[in-house]
Ligand binder design. Structure first.
Ligand SMILES: Nc1ncnc2c1ncn2[C@@H]1O[C@H](COP(=O)(O)OP(=O)(O)OP(=O)(O)O)[C@@H](O)[C@H]1O
Length: 325
């Protein structure tokens, strides 16, 4: 369902903030060379910093010298073409596939994350695309799966229901009842339950792998709203998405991976779609950017209305709702 955008070549990216920061500067505000700390969300020291992370699978160099910063109260979108290394990077942070090299810093302290347990202990939660909810169990049971509250030998059903209701209410998650099986929820509701579940461990960073994939417009809005709630709670969020509209709607910064390397960190307030596509594909002149330029020319009746980036659309345009990266 995603376009393949593999055009070789390099681009000069005007809106690019550069790499997250040079080695050893984990305390740099926003960790970028061009951010505006005064206005930015998530200002201050990063909660999570990666420097020079690499990972090889046999002959495939999946990650090379990758840097990433995530601040409290910040949504960082991780984007890139298929095979760019996004999942590999998430696995490194989640302790599922430790890196071969590089440094991970958590709240200013260098750490190792060899297993998922270490990630959880630090306060890193991951919500994978396949959700891993138990369809036959109700919302409460799914939320507390594996960490059930007990009263003596018995499950504390009343306590769990109360906490579940409180959590979902705080997050403005709307479901008919916490006592219905998740099988009867919509895709968006299921996704919000899965994300809410990750919060029970009181993480500081939540990683979401394609949380809006296969969701309709309304359901996507529900999930994006929830991501905003996470940010409001001061969590750092890493969002993997192929959907440019979602990324532009909810992220503060956008980190682009290309062929396993950093290819720019962009401020969502200033970046254009053209710049993002160029960073993702590695070229400004490719089938996707030509198509976008043609479309914006048709819509604007001229071709100049799309801005000054080669006729491309500006960020935040609503015309292409649902367009995939
Ligand atoms: N377990 C593995 N064994 C061998 N190669 C792998 C493995 N996992 C990933 N790779 C390779 O590493 C590279 C990065 O893959 P990764 O899944 O991280 O990319 P991605 O950006 O998440 O892509 P997509 O958007 O398609 O999910 C690819 O070339 C992929 O084929």
């Amino acid at each position: 369902m995603t376009d393949t955008l593999g055009t070789p070549g390099d681009s000069g990216e005007p809106g690019k903030l550069g790499k997250p920061g040079s080695a050893g500067d984990a305390g740099t505000p926003r960790g970028t060379s061009g951010g505006n700390p005064g206005e930015a969300r998530g200002a201050g020291a990063p909660v999570l910093s990666l420097r020079g992370v690499s990972k090889r699978y046999g002959a495939v160099q999946a990650l090379s010298d990758v840097d990433l910063d995530v601040h409290p109260g910040e949504v960082v979108a991780l984007v890139g073409d298929n095979g760019a290394g996004k999942s590999t990077l998430i696995k490194v942070i989640a302790g599922v596939g430790p890196p071969d090299g590089g440094r991970i810093t958590w709240e200013g302290r260098q750490v190792a994350i060899p297993r998922p347990h270490e990630a959880q202990s630090l306060g890193i939660a991951t919500v994978y695309q396949d959700l891993a909810l138990c369809d036959n169990l109700d919302v409460v049971a799914n939320l507390f799966l594996g960490r059930e509250l007990r009263r003596g030998l018995l499950l504390d059903e009343v306590g769990m229901e109360k906490q579940a209701t409180e959590l979902l209410t705080t997050l403005s998650v709307k479901i008919p009842s916490v006592r219905i099986p998740v099988a009867s929820l919509s895709g968006g509701q299921r996704q919000t339950v899965a994300i809410s579940r990750s919060l029970l461990g009181e993480p500081k960073v939540v990683m979401l792998d394609e949380p809006t994939a296969a969701l309709g417009v309304e359901q996507t809005a529900q999930v994006l709203d929830l991501i905003e709630r996470l940010r409001e709670r001061g969590l750092g969020v890493i969002l993997i998405s192929h959907n440019m509209d979602d990324v532009l709607a909810v992220a503060d910064r956008i980190a682009v991976l290309r062929l396993g390397r950093n290819n720019g960190v962009f401020d969502v307030r200033t970046v254009t779609r053209e710049e993002l596509l160029a960073a993702i594909t590695g070229a400004t002149d490719n089938a996707v950017s030509r198509r976008q330029a043609r479309k914006s020319g048709e819509q604007g009746g001229g071709g100049q209305d799309g801005g000054e980036q080669g006729g491309g659309e500006q960020s935040g345009g609503a015309q292409d709702r649902g367009e995939q990266l």
